[in-house]
Design a protein around this ligand. Structure first.
Ligand code: ZN
Length: 398
């Protein structure tokens, strides 16, 4: 031990240390944990008394009435609207099934290797790529596309999606994500969970199977709440949970539309997807001729049979298509019931809490700004931060 009076006790240094502390605090950015819960309709958590894990997050944070997805209200288009803040026609991830006429490659939902070709994903830059470019580390678990090289960049860590991740995968991902977030290894962790969408398709949105799947998710949220305490992360971690779309009951046998009863199918060179929306590539000069007779879709199976009791992809303003959004953590107000938002709005919130400048996007800042503590908007916070740093510089100068 060195002799003499410790420097920290000198009274003239105290204001400097306080200013330095304030300056560092405004520069320190809490890590972010995001959950993409596929097919979680806005009203699946209406009975919060039965869902203690989700209830705790809601009471400690912000919950919107509902989140309107982008059209089409399908998974991949909205995965990318959530991570880019852009409408589907801008980021160009327009369906779960797509076709590239030039290369004759097909994008198919699920594990299809051609869907991992970079060009499908480079219509816009997703947040995790922007973060990696800035030297911030992103750990992703089962998030569709996290293994893809996008604009020459990959996530720091990607547990690849497979068909389809189990409840145990969700539990393990939460444990692993909390480890890397609490150790400072990760600036953001992103977890994808599919089961609620799968059960919604099989059994419909009002089924006991959906209620069981929501309870299972709630048990995972109870674990998360425990881990936040155990790892000393209370007030130090921002969390956002959201879905890509909702789900509606489907009596689809009554609603099959045989496309070839309306248009000449020999004028169509390619058809992708079936269900609420279908993509058609008309042969040259046949578009106008057929356009007036659309929109109708063909059940491509040939026979009127299906296993689905729920579906999505319809008009995104249809109430059953609405998803949810919940956020809590040091940047968010507590117990705030907020007005509806749109999927493109969430990107700006993620950027703001991560201290990342958002790329140009279609989100509305005024729809989400008041979720944040202070609610003064980016300009005032930045001003206060700059004043703090200016104060430090002044003190050092003197
Ligand atoms: Zn689905």
């Amino acid at each position: 031990m060195s002799p003499g009076r410790p420097a920290a006790l000198r009274p003239q240094l105290l204001p400097l240390l306080l200013l330095l502390g304030a300056g560092l605090q405004c520069l320190a950015v809490p890590p972010l944990l995001v959950f993409l819960i596929d097919g979680f309709r806005y009203d699946y958590m209406d009975d919060l008394q039965a869902l203690p894990g989700l209830r705790q997050l809601v009471e400690n944070g912000v919950k919107v009435d509902y989140m309107t997805p982008d059209f089409p209200s399908l998974s991949y288009p909205n995965y990318y609207s959530l991570m880019t803040g852009r409408h589907c026609d801008v980021h160009q991830m327009t369906g779960n099934y797509m076709w590239d006429e030039t290369s004759n490659k097909e994008f198919l939902i699920g594990g299809n290797q051609d869907s991992r070709l970079s060009f499908w994903w480079e219509g816009s830059e997703p947040l995790w790529v922007t973060m990696q470019k800035l030297g911030k580390k992103v750990f992703m678990y089962y998030w569709p596309g996290c293994e893809v090289e996008i604009l020459s960049t990959r996530a720091t860590f990607c547990e690849e999606y497979y068909d389809y991740p189990s409840a145990q995968n969700l539990i393990d991902s939460i444990g692993n994500a909390m480890n890397v977030l609490s150790s400072g290894e990760a600036h953001m962790a992103a977890i994808y969970h599919e089961k609620i969408d799968v059960e919604g398709h099989h059994f419909g949105p009002k089924s006991p199977e959906i209620r069981a799947a929501v309870k299972e998710l709630d048990a995972a949220m109870q674990l998360l709440n425990r881990l936040i305490k155990e790892k000393g992360m209370v007030g130090k971690l921002n969390i956002m949970l959201f879905s890509d779309h909702g789900m509606t009951d489907l009596q689809w046998m009554d609603k099959v539309i045989e496309l070839d009863a309306y248009i000449n199918m020999s004028h169509i060179s390619k058809m992708m997807d079936r269900g609420p929306v279908v993509s058609l590539w008309p042969r040259d000069d046949k578009y106008q001729e057929n356009k007036a007779k659309l929109p109708y879709w063909k059940n491509d199976s040939g026979t009127a049979s299906a296993w689905q009791k729920g579906w999505h992809g319809y008009d995104n303003e249809f109430q059953d298509m609405k998803g949810f959004f919940v956020a809590s953590g040091p940047d968010f107000k507590q117990n705030l019931k907020a007005a509806p938002i749109r999927s493109v709005d969430i990107y700006n919130l993620m950027c703001r809490t991560l201290g990342v400048k958002p790329l140009p996007n279609n989100g509305s800042w005024s729809r989400v700004e008041y979720f944040l503590n202070g609610s003064d908007g980016p300009a005032l916070s930045t001003t206060l931060c700059c004043m703090g740093i200016f104060g430090i510089l002044l003190a050092l100068w003197e």
